[in-house]
Design a protein around this ligand. Structure first.
Ligand SMILES: [Zn+2]
Ligand SMILES: [Zn+2]
Length: 263
């Protein structure tokens, strides 16, 4: 059994077969999925919550993605706070900085990121970080605005061993997506070898970045087993060890007791 720590099941690429994709995930041994709730951005903050309400095996996050930071208003932050008391909302995310696309002005991205870190801290909820071409600003903001913190995930980790070291020092869990299965992703693979077993997570980030041998297709949570298999091979562990560790880590960080889900 494995846990997909990050998927966008609300994406319109699943409109034709969402329930079938969820069934395929369960059949493949993906026992729990975290539906990332950023959706199309504010004012709709409930994309993940709707899925969690409808499916026993799905939990949700809520948050404003850096791409949509420019759409955020005061009311959205208040609504985020309210949604955090929903019993199936486990985290705030994905939040962070994306300087690759720059869909929102950088200073707005930073302000919205900081605001959500404050909300997470007040609520005692873990955070899920998206960072792209923005390592220095991301880590600097976290270092100054996030202490003391309730824990967090570096999602779709795309750095090398040096970046892994820095986020591990800050107490983060490191979540690997399909990139780690790509033959040329040597630095990410090296990072995957360095992360201690008790800080390792796995995700699909579906519908994006399908792992080998599904590369190029729409990704879906069922494909998570390929990423976990690759992590195990890289690290010299069995599939079962990597699966158990990534699942246990998810439950521990996101405070998901075994009794809390209908297996
Ligand atoms: Zn992301
Ligand atoms: Zn994502």
């Amino acid at each position: 059994m494995v846990i997909d720590s990050h998927c966008h099941l609300d994406d319109r690429q699943f409109d034709a077969d969402r329930d079938a994709a969820i069934d395929r995930a369960l059949a493949a041994g993906v026992e729990t999925m975290l539906a990332i709730g950023t959706g199309g951005g504010p004012p709709d903050l409930e994309a993940g919550v709707r899925l969690a309400d409808a499916h026993a095996h799905i939990y949700a996050s809520v948050g404003i993605h850096p791409h949509e930071a420019v759409k955020a208003g005061e009311g959205d932050f208040a609504r985020l706070r309210e949604l955090l008391s929903h019993p199936k909302v486990l985290a705030i995310g994905e939040i962070g900085l994306d300087y690759h696309y720059d869909f929102s002005p950088r200073e707005v991205q930073r302000a919205v990121f900081i605001r959500q870190l404050q909300i997470a801290r007040e609520a005692g909820k873990p955070i899920i970080i998206h960072t792209r071409e923005a390592w220095d600003d991301t880590l600097e903001i976290l270092a100054h605005k996030w202490e003391p913190h309730p824990g967090g995930i570096m999602h779709c980790f795309s750095g090398g061993p040096e970046e892994a070291e820095r986020v591990l020092e800050m107490g983060f869990f490191v979540s690997f997506a399909g990139i780690v299965t790509f033959p040329r992703a040597v630095a990410v693979q090296e990072a995957a070898r360095c992360v201690p077993l008790d800080r390792l997570l796995a995700e699909t980030d579906a519908p994006y970045l399908a792992p080998v041998p599904h590369r190029g297709k729409r990704n879906e949570p069922a494909f998570l087993v390929e990423t976990v298999r690759k992590l195990a091979t890289l690290r010299g562990e069995s599939f079962e060890q990597a699966a158990a560790a990534t699942s246990d880590n998810f439950r521990r960080l996101l405070q998901l007791p075994r009794s809390n889900y209908n297996g």
